[in-house]
Design a protein around this ligand. Sequence first.
Ligand SMILES: *Cc1c(COP(=O)(O)O)cnc(C)c1O
Length: 363
Amino acid sequence: MQYGRIYNFSAGPSMLPEPVLEEIQAELLNYRGSGMCVMEMSHRSKVFQTIVDEAEADLRTLLGIPDNYKVLFIQGGATLQFSMIPMNLMKNGVADYIVTGSWSDKAYKEALKFGEINLLASSKDKNYSYIPDVSNLPISENADYVYICENETIHGTTYQALPNTKGKVLVSDQSSMFLSKPCNVADYGLIFAGVQKNVGPAGMAIVIIREDLIDPDLDPKTPTYLRYNIFSENGSMYNTPNCWAIYVCGKVFKHLLNLGGLDAMQKINEDKAAILYEFLDNSKMFKGTVEKKDRSVMNVPFVTESKELDAEVVAATKTAGFDNLKGHRSVGGLRASIYNAMPKEGVEALVNFLKDFEENYGK
Ligand SMILES: *Cc1c(COP(=O)(O)O)cnc(C)c1O
């Protein structure tokens, strides 16, 4: 780490790759001879159009997005998608939701405003510490889609296998795992991600949607700005987009391609997570809160025996130069978010710190 930067374990906004930040710094005052910063640039300019086009092309390469899927850049973060999805995808007015944590619960509650929403499965009985068996759920006959949050950022769970939707469209919130590993886009009708977790700055979601699901014929009261077809027909520029976020995401896409793409990222991420989980599995003071089979590679919640000790550890990590290790208020304890941009050295440094803390505690 350079520039006095620290290992920031925030769940989001979170670390960006240092080489990307350096490139941005170098281009800040004058983007490639344009005489201006990307923040000052018309979104209708040729130079910005090139930025958008390259960002989309690189994302398509990274994920192998099939031609019959559109890529949309939409403001409002991931949260806006909780309402855009039911507003745009409900033809029969029916959808099935699987609730595995705070984010899918929020999406579920929002969807209740728009139609008949069935709660297919939930892991609330054990404080969302596992993913239910999704291999044979009672999918509704006329469900317009089945909804999941594929990696629950707060609870630290992730799906090892996608639900059997029995032919229905699968919609997935991938916010906290987007681009952390390869993904077969054709398995989904719609994937979305708020980019500030694993990809870029806050304030934008990327939506990858199968073309045939983009329907212009919606309830006439649907606001223009909340229609996928408007974003699709206007290249995500019906109005002024989040130009800065698109620019930074584009840089991160190129960075990931340079590192070897998503196969390489998966290996790097699994190695990092293994270091932390191995420590937790062998520690007497700290333990992970999630069933082993469902543990996230991105968000790792853990606890000690008491809230007081949790708080003591969090304070000590701050003094030691780490940040944002406090668990979400709904779960408590600690949480290390170790997204793509967290270096392996950061995880090693944290584990060494926790080991020392445990060994020396009370001495
Ligand atoms: C952070 C997060 C969201 C919300 O993202 P915003 O961009 O703040 O709206 C939604 N889903 C998941 C899984 C998240 O991690």
